[in-house]
Design a protein around this ligand. Structure first.
Ligand SMILES: Cc1ncc(COP(=O)(O)O)c(C=O)c1O
Length: 386
């Protein structure tokens, strides 16, 4: 089932998987990988320079989220931020239930399984056929035994935006904390922690033009949270370990740049996304759109009828994109997210996620559309067996 490597000049439409590090971000990081290599905990000049860089990055991240710098905990990425939020909040609570959704990323689902194995009850709120959780369903799932509501802000496969602000308000109504996995939303849509009303919010650097292996967790002042890692006192003991100074600097610059681009970039990407949908839906009869109206501006997940999305992408080396399906021992398993939306497994099999980004141009979208339509037509006449 291995797809051939994409052509060197492939159009990159996989920004929900990861983004390139922007040149300005790399430039800001380089001194901290070379001459300014100090440990921020050291008291000499090199150490102070590194500590100052971490301090500046913390201010930049705080500005992007509209929070206080002391509410930002640097981590190794979205997975660690979610683990710290969920397991850390659970460890600090005497309650024993968590409310979440059926379409969370494994970086949320696995920590929830970990809690369940330790006697917690996990309530999964379903999604609508459009892929949204409803605020009413979250409210109905709540009770005085709930410690935490964890609901992603934007779904990574469909781009669907979730009613996090209403969920957080309802959570607070029963004395629970509210966490959102905002890995896919930060930098793509305007966010303020007070607008969302959450206590905890996860950021993943490599989804917003910073390097892989860095992220942040917003922790509202006064939120009870136990550390998951145990060690020295960095990040006020919430996340011990010598800071990844260069990557943290990159995250700060990347978020400052993203702030500067919003909302114009969101409008531009939504326009390109709509153009791509117009081309594909005109040329491919029966194309299904899985991305709803209320969604990230950069994401378009569609279902090509009668073919495997995986095989279609393998036949389209001009486009680097993803499917939601997994392949185990030669067997294709349709996306669990699409199945949770009630999509027929045969229809889900044709899913392709096209996620646009800062480097995506009008010409890219036109070329990608042509390439996908060409491959689909060849498939439809039997070159790819469904
Ligand atoms: C919604 C969501 N949460 C969490 C993660 C994990 O982030 P990271 O790769 O930084 O650990 C991802 C990455 O795919 C994601 O899409």
């Amino acid at each position: 089932m291995g797809a051939p490597a994409p052509a060197p000049d492939a159009i990159y439409l996989d920004h929900n998987a990861t983004t390139p590090v922007l040149p300005e971000v790399l430039e800001a990081m380089l001194p901290y990988l070379t001459s300014q290599f100090g440990n921020p905990s050291s008291e000499h000049a090199l150490g102070r320079s590194a500590a100052q860089a971490v301090h500046t990055a913390r201010e930049q991240v705080a500005a992007a989220l509209s929070c206080h710098p002391d509410e930002v905990v640097f981590t190794s990425g979205g997975t660690e931020s979610n683990n710290l939020a969920i397991r850390g909040a659970a460890a600090a609570s005497s309650r024993r239930r968590v409310v979440s959704s059926t379409v969370e990323h494994p970086a949320t689902e696995r920590p929830l399984e970990h809690l369940r194995a330790r006697g917690w009850t996990v309530t999964h709120v379903p999604v609508t056929p459009q892929g949204h959780v409803t605020a009413a369903d979250v409210a109905a799932a709540l009770g005085p035994d709930v410690a935490l509501v964890t609901l992603m802000l934007a779904q990574n496969e469909t781009g669907a935006l979730m009613p996090v602000a209403q969920a957080a308000e309802a959570a607070h109504g029963v004395g629970a904390l509210a966490h959102t996995d905002a890995a896919q939303a930060v930098g793509k849509v305007a966010i303020t922690v007070d607008g969302l009303g959450v206590d905890l919010l996860s950021v993943a650097g490599h989804k917003c033009y910073a390097p892989k292996g860095v992220g942040a967790l917003y922790v509202r002042r006064g939120t009870p949270l136990h550390p998951v890692l145990l060690g020295a006192g960095q990040e006020h003991g919430r996340r011990p370990g010598t800071e990844n100074v260069a990557a943290v600097v990159g995250l700060g610059v990347a978020l400052a740049m993203a702030q500067g681009r919003l909302p114009e970039e969101a409008v531009r990407l939504a326009g390109l996304r709509d153009e791509l949908w117009a081309v594909l839906s005109t040329m491919v009869p029966g194309l299904v759109r899985f991305t709803p109206e209320q969604a990230l501006p950069n994401t378009l997940t569609v279902g090509f009828p009668g073919v495997s999305g995986r095989d279609l992408l393998a036949a389209t080396p001009e486009v680097a994109a993803s499917t939601g399906s997994a392949c185990h021992s030669g067997e294709e398993t349709p996306s669990a997210v699409l199945l949770a939306m009630g999509v027929d497994p045969a229809v889900a099999r044709g899913a392709v996620r096209l996620s646009l980004g800062h480097g995506t141009t009008v010409a890219d979208v036109a070329r990608a559309g042509r390439a996908l339509v060409g491959a689909y037509r060849r498939a439809a006449v039997g070159r790819i067996t469904a």
